[in-house]
Each structure stands twice: as structure tokens, then as C-alpha cells.
Write a new protein. Structure first.
Length: 113
């Protein structure tokens, strides 16, 4: 059995420059926790695998393709592979969400200008 605590997991260096921590990373799947401070956002990007987002804390704005929704705690958002998506935190509180990618990507993420 392997047990990890989020607070003991290092922040990754990413193009988004936010608090992103990999909790699980195998050939079959990847789980990352992202914390967006008020005013922070992710860059628009395309992931080569299906992605599921689960909001753990706060309220945020998610864009998947041409759709935009405000979502909050205990909400799951699905994003199909090869679709532009991003997140924004326009609230006064931290936004924390889990990203589940399955399978783990073997191609690079594409960032959109």
C-alpha cells in the first residue's frame, strides 16, 4: 500500500505557474491537485487524453470548448481529449480541484495563445 498526503507532495513546475501537485502517476492514470488563488487561472490548453475535474473547495469558472460554467465544491466536470479547456478563479477564496487523466498522457499538452 502507498499512502501520500497532499501537504507532503512537492509543487510541480508547470507552464501555468500555480500550485499543482501530482498525487498519483502511473501508466494507466494520473491524478493532480491544483490550487488557484484568487485571480489566478490556467492557460488555455489541449490535453491528448480525456480529463475529469472534481472541485474540492471553492468556486471557479471552467471553459471546455465553447462552453463556460461556474462550478463549485462537489462538482465533476468532464473534458474530452483534444478540446481546449481552462480554469479561472475570480472569487475571493482559493479554488482547489482534482484532475484525473486516464490514461496518463504520452503526448505533450498543447497551449493555445
Amino acid at each position: 500500500m502507498i499512502i501520500k498526503k497532499l501537504r507532503d507532495t512537492d509543487i510541480m513546475k508547470t507552464a501555468h505557474n500555480v500550485d499543482a501537485r501530482n498525487l498519483y502517476n502511473s501508466e494507466n492514470a494520473m491524478i493532480t491537485i491544483i490550487r488557484l488563488k484568487p485571480g489566478q487561472s490556467l492557460k488555455k490548453h489541449i490535453t491528448p487524453v480525456d480529463v475529469a475535474f472534481y472541485v474540492l473547495e471553492g468556486t471557479g469558472i471552467v471553459e471546455v470548448g465553447d462552453e463556460t460554467e461556474t462550478v463549485n465544491k462537489d462538482t465533476l466536470v468532464e473534458s474530452p481529449k483534444d478540446i481546449v479547456h481552462c480554469w479561472f478563479n475570480e472569487s475571493d477564496e482559493d479554488l482547489v480541484f482534482m484532475i484525473i487523466k486516464a490514461p496518463r498522457p504520452n503526448k505533450k499538452t498543447i497551449f493555445v495563445a
